[in-house]
Ligand binder design. Structure first.
Ligand code: AMP
Ligand code: ZN
Length: 116
């Protein structure tokens, strides 16, 4: 899939509008357009990586930055200490619908387990 066709490549390239809430090196955070919790953000690498299973050892630093970026966003959105969830859906069987790696940051309500 080319960057022109990939939704999140277009958002990361700023050719498609989104509600941007933050930026970090190689990463963008936006509001999910169909929120599943009072706070539902998406952390998107600017590089096109289709799924988590496509990440390589070369992506280790990027993935670490994404988790720490999520931590900062969670604090900024008052999700600490109440709690938040960081989720990656990897593959169709896990519910992935956009084929560009992203982390969901969810909080602001009681999050039950298992997620289903
Ligand atoms: P997933 O099912 O894990 O691939 O998650 C994809 C997420 O992207 C869903 O929660 C959608 O609501 C969200 N989404 C899809 N298109 C957009 C968009 N244009 N702007 C913001 N969020 C989007
Ligand atoms: Zn992409």
């Amino acid at each position: 899939m080319s960057a022109q066709e990939c939704l999140f490549c277009r958002i990361a390239g700023r050719s498609l509008p989104a509600e941007v809430v933050g930026e970090a090196e190689g990463l963008l955070a936006i509001k999910d357009r169909n929120p599943q919790a009072p706070t539902h953000l998406l952390i998107i690498p600017t590089e096109h990586i289709p799924t988590l299973a496509d990440a390589t050892d070369g992506h280790t630093a990027l993935l670490g930055r994404a988790v720490q970026f999520a931590n900062r966003l969670a604090r900024q959105h008052q999700l600490v200490p109440s709690g938040y969830r960081l989720v990656i859906n990897c593959g169709a069987g896990a519910g992935q619908s956009v084929w560009h790696l992203h982390f969901h940051l969810l909080g602001g309500r009681l999050l039950r387990w298992p997620p289903g």
